[in-house]
Write a protein that binds this ligand. Structure first.
Ligand SMILES: O=C(CO)COP(=O)(O)O
Length: 237
């Protein structure tokens, strides 16, 4: 895989369920989403359920044959297969997840993950053919961004998720997001950048229109299938 040279015209919308939903709820969500979602060319919808539901949801998704809808793991091991109790190696995701979220602010904060852990995870994901969605939590987080420059991965997505927006449930000001996107884009010119933090069906259209942004990363509002369909429609434009 070589380095990308231009930002692709793809739009991304990621629904991160975090630690929510049992299997019945997860499958009911997908059934309801499939009834109302209208696929759009260039729109990549990525659903990140708890890892334990990836395999049954991948089967359900295959039966539904929804165009442009993918699954992501919310995390991946920084190690290959081996004696790492509790870990899930990136190549174990093959066949169920196409993407993996890596370095989410909540992983950094509650699980003490470092930027080096994130880089190792990205490297494992890339080797396994899983596309990384790497999260950075502040616009000026050079330590999170710079090591990514050495990675040879064409399909990396950068998710800008300011911690305050997630903690206080208030989206960051659009001008500040735009500045952050410009800053990140200078360090990683050809990477799609998405924004996450208190996105709702009401503000999605405004945020999706921020110049330089390739999509949205949604937590709480993705738990409701109808709200997520509305956000997908807003991102598709
Ligand atoms: O963490 C996020 C995306 O992964 C954002 O979460 P909220 O949309 O709940 O603020």
């Amino acid at each position: 895989m070589g380095k990308a040279t231009t930002v692709s015209s793809k739009r991304f919308i990621v629904g991160n369920w975090k630690c929510s939903k049992n299997l019945d709820q997860a499958q009911a969500w997908l059934t309801s989403f499939a009834q109302d979602f209208r696929p759009q060319p260039e729109l990549q919808v990525i659903i990140a359920p708890p890892t334990i539901w990836l395999v049954p949801l991948a089967r359900q998704l295959q039966d539904l044959s929804l165009a442009g809808v993918h699954l992501a793991a919310q995390d991946v091991s920084p190690f290959p297969r081996g004696s790492y109790t509790g870990a899930i190696a990136a190549d174990m995701l093959t066949g169920s997840a196409d993407y993996a979220i890596i370095g989410h602010g909540e992983r950094r904060r509650y699980f003490r993950e470092t930027s080096q852990d994130a880089v190792n995870k990205v490297s494992e994901a890339v080797d396994a053919g899983i596309k990384p969605i790497i999260c950075v939590d502040t616009a000026s987080a050079m330590s999170q961004l710079v090591p990514l420059g050495d990675l040879d991965c064409e399909q990396l997505v950068i998710a800008y998720c300011p911690v305050e927006a997630m903690s206080y449930r208030e989206a960051e000001k659009k001008e500040t997001v735009e500045e952050a996107v410009r800053f990140i884009g200078q360090i990683h010119p050809a990477r799609p950048i998405i924004y996450g933090g208190a996105i709702t069906p009401d503000n999605a259209r405004d945020y999706a229109a921020i110049p330089g942004l390739s999509g949205l990363f949604v937590g709480q509002a993705s738990l409701d299938a109808a709200a997520f369909v509305a956000i997908c429609a807003a991102v598709a434009g």
